[in-house]
Write a protein that binds this ligand. Structure first.
Ligand code: UT7
Length: 326
């Protein structure tokens, strides 16, 4: 059976770091509040003028290098982002040009924090169908210049960064075993960026900071996120022959330490099997899962044959999971 094996991972974080203490000088917040409620201690912030492609490109390059694969071998590039460089063309096309992947098709996937899992499932489907052999999935987010720094309830949560994986079609038991995706548009309004799209372009607004903001019902989202993580993991495992107890590592979307550990506890997953890096990078939305995965790889948390679960939850609402035999 042909499977998509992850043969390389990479990440990129901008040099500039904004700590909770830095934020406390800008708004009415504290290191203690942010750490206790979210698990975040700092986040990285890209330079002025840098878009998502400037972050996605080095992460993708590192994934190719880790796999020892030439850019010319890539068939398809999927960039998962909520902060594309432009409304069009796709950020994936900009990354394709930067990498020199001349023969690769390229498009973006937009599913907010679940974007990477959606992108991975899409890549896996193309590979299983026999259409492509080598697919690059990049999660890249440039959130900081879109945040309203007067809105403490969202400004403290997000960070910039990128992660990437390179998938290759291979015969055998290793690779993506199963994916599952879900969505519920009835709750689109509980996490939404109202301006900048076709319904309310920036030029049609008064440009007041209030409008240039992410609107979020944090408490509602918190409860739904815990449930969605559980659903994503159970649905992904269904029929796979792998149980929660068989999982060796869980790399979730880094939304909030409390959300993730509550979901893990309800799933019966011990905390030591949960990989978290939110403390150092914050919530990097679609970049969060591949960024955490690359970190887990670098720290030697995965060995051949391990059962890895990736899961995410985000605006849309969207959620999903991917079960991978490492
Ligand atoms: O990736 C998916 C996207 N987002 C999420 O998954 C977010 C899900 N939700 C959450 O993570 C949590 O709801 C938050 C971290 C956003 C907030 O934590 P919470 O425990 O739900 O806090 P809260 O909204 O109930 O606010 C508690 C208090 C309020 O003050 P009062 O009314 O008790 O006086 C807020 O005004 O904390 C206040 N507050 C803050 N205080 C200091 C809200 N934001 C801040 C802040 N610093 N940054």
């Amino acid at each position: 059976m042909i499977r998509s094996r992850i043969i390389g991972t990479g990440q990129y974080l901008p040099e500039k770091i904004l700590t909770n203490h830095d934020l406390a000088k800008l708004m009415d917040t504290s290191d203690e509040w942010i750490r206790q409620r979210t698990g975040i201690a700092q986040r990285h912030v890209a330079e002025e003028g840098e878009g998502a492609s400037a972050l996605g490109y080095p992460a993708a390059k590192r994934a190719l290098e880790a796999a020892g694969v030439d850019p010319g071998e890539v068939d398809f590039i999927i960039c998962c982002t909520t902060t594309p460089d432009y409304l069009f063309p796709a950020t994936a096309c900009l990354i394709q040009e930067m990498l020199g992947c001349r023969r690769a098709a390229a498009c973006d996937v937009s599913a907010a924090c679940s974007g990477f899992v959606y992108g991975l499932a899409t890549a896996d489907a193309f590979i299983r169908a026999g259409l492509y052999k080598t697919v690059l999935v990049v999660g890249a987010e440039r959130q900081a210049n879109r945040l309203n720094w007067k809105r403490r309830e969202t400004a403290v949560l997000f960070g910039d960064g990128a992660g990437a994986v390179l998938l290759r079609a291979e015969e055998g038991e290793r690779g993506v075993l199963k994916t599952y995706l879900g969505a519920d548009g009835r709750h689109a309004d509980i996490l939404i960026m109202l301006t900048g799209g076709s319904r309310k372009p920036f030029e049609d607004t008064t440009q007041e900071e209030e409008q240039l903001a992410i609107h979020m019902d944090g408490q509602d989202l918190f409860k739904r996120a815990v449930g969605a993580f559980g659903l994503a993991v159970h649905k992904t495992l269904e029929g796979s022959g792998v149980s929660v107890d068989d999982l060796d590592l869980f790399v979730p979307h880094q939304a909030n330490t409390r959300i993730v550990y509550t979901a893990a506890e309800r799933l019966g997953l011990p905390a030591e099997k949960v990989f978290m890096n939110i403390e150092k990078v914050g919530n990097t939305t679609a970049a969060s899962v591949p960024l955490a995965l690359d970190e887990a790889v670098r720290q030697g948390c995965l060995k051949e044959g391990d059962n890895l679960m990736l899961a995410a939850f985000g605006a849309g609402l969207t959620w999903g999971g991917a079960l991978v035999r490492w």
